[in-house]
Design a protein around this ligand. Sequence first.
Ligand code: NAD
Ligand code: ZN
Length: 248
Amino acid sequence: MSLEIFQNILSKSSNTVVFTGAGISTESGIPDFRSPTGIWTKNKPIEFKDFLSSEEIRVEFWKRKFAVDLTISKAKPNIGHMVISELNQMGKVSKIITQNIDNLHQISGVPGENVIELHGNTTFAKCLDCDLRYELNSIKKLFEQTNNPPYCKNCSGIIKTATISFGQSMPKEEMLKAEKASLSCDLFIAIGSSLKVYPAASFPLVAKKNGSKLIILNREGTDLDKYADLVIHDEIGEFLSKSIKLIS
Ligand code: NAD
Ligand code: ZN
């Protein structure tokens, strides 16, 4: 039943925006935050102010980062990413606003200009002061040799993965792009997010309040379910692969 309603709403849309959270990448083997097997059950996230103020915490940050990377660097896009990529190629989905930092939408074939990364990208690093980009291989080598966190060769600033930590300012340009996309769409589909992390989770409501339809696809309920035109509690890959068969 939800499948037909989903297909019906999607077929009537002329500008769909997809919004994704960690749930779309669990089928690629990357744990989400809030599920029972999620990252939070093991480690509380490191806040930005603590990262800035303590070298010991920066060492812990990089230790965790390289441990998680064993999973992230091996992860491949799953059927959910592939369906969204196909919808983008078909011109059905214009933009993908993602909270994910794993680069899997881009690897699935979505051109970078169509992916709006609200929380950055963990596949490279940047100097927090001068923005100089660093590849992870060189940082990892040095970290393993010295056990010291990296500093910028250009300005001695602190280097951090190009991600947005709790307490760190949101990227201005990406926020503007996400707002523009949310205000211009006539269908907004939130997929695999608990919709608890703000300001990212405000975009479904920005779209809805501006007259867009809202669909939420997530295994469990979210706080925004009550505003949605359609709520689907299902597995993402399974549901999206069934739906693309109907669309194409
Ligand atoms: P979240 O962990 O808060 O919520 C994920 C939701 O997806 C949960 O409600 C869970 O029930 C659901 N889910 C998980 N697997 C599913 C599946 N196969 N089918 C259907 N539903 C499924 O994640 P969030 O809302 O994205 O917030 C977490 C924050 O952590 C984000 O801001 C993100 O930046 C970061 N994060 C990113 C990654 C990643 O890049 N892959 C992974 C973990 C955390
Ligand atoms: Zn620098």
